[in-house]
Design a protein around this ligand. Structure first.
Ligand SMILES: [Zn+2]
Length: 215
């Protein structure tokens, strides 16, 4: 039986380094927990920040704890366009050569040189899930989503495997709206053609030409 993957929407959010947190909220400030997230140990905080770009700003953006080694801002393509920043799609933590922004907090502000990314869509899973789904860490797969009116297949989905993860696919607000299933968002992995649309296109073209490569 195929593995049914719950799909969760990540709204825009910020991960802060301890030093940047203290610049923005004050040397004595502490993060205040409000809600646990699906990935063990990750939580949403009460503290909010404003993200300012060359064109516009986004207020009241949530911070996720705990603090990390480097500050990272995760937005959707729509958000990046509003801010006036290029949309650079990256895996979390891979922030070299990404745009920066200004972060404004109650006690100070920071000119971030890099760290604004549009998160590459991904699936968190345990090693056991990976065996069941016949995938491994960093595999690229397709995910077929369920929706009554707007099903779609996501390509270029990266699989992340760790014993500390819980099974969930993470998409941003643009991606979630695109397949419009608010009741029971879930998907199934299709591991073909290395998960890249380019290879699927070549296969479709070959079929048109009467060539039927076995899958
Ligand atoms: Zn995630």
């Amino acid at each position: 039986m195929s593995l049914k993957i719950p799909i969760e929407t990540s709204a825009r959010h910020i991960h802060l380094s301890q030093a940047d947190f203290n610049t923005l909220f004050g040397p004595e400030a502490k993060l205040h927990y409000i809600k646990e997230l699906s990935q063990p140990g990750q939580y949403a905080c009460e503290e909010r920040l404003t993200i300012a770009g060359p064109k516009n700003s986004l207020k009241n953006v949530v911070i996720l704890g705990p603090c990390r080694p480097a500050t990272q801002v995760e937005v959707s393509v729509t958000d990046a366009r509003k801010l006036g920043l290029p949309s650079i799609i990256r895996q979390s933590g891979d922030i070299e050569d990404t745009p920066g922004c200004t972060l404004i907090g109650p006690a100070g502000q920071i000119e971030l040189k890099k760290g604004v990314i549009v998160a590459k869509r991904h699936i968190h899973m345990t090693p056991l899930d990976a065996v069941r789904a016949r995938v491994k860490d960093n595999d690229i797969v397709f995910v077929i989503t369920t929706s009554y009116e707007r099903s779609l297949i996501f390509s270029d989905v990266v699989v992340r495997v760790s014993p500390s993860f819980r099974l969930a696919m993470h998409v941003d607000t643009d991606e979630a709206n695109a397949f419009a299933n608010e009741e029971d968002p879930c998907g199934v992995i299709l591991k073909l053609f290395d998960g890249h649309t380019y290879n699927l296109q070549s296969w479709a073209e070959e079929l048109q030409l009467g060539i039927n490569r076995s899958l």
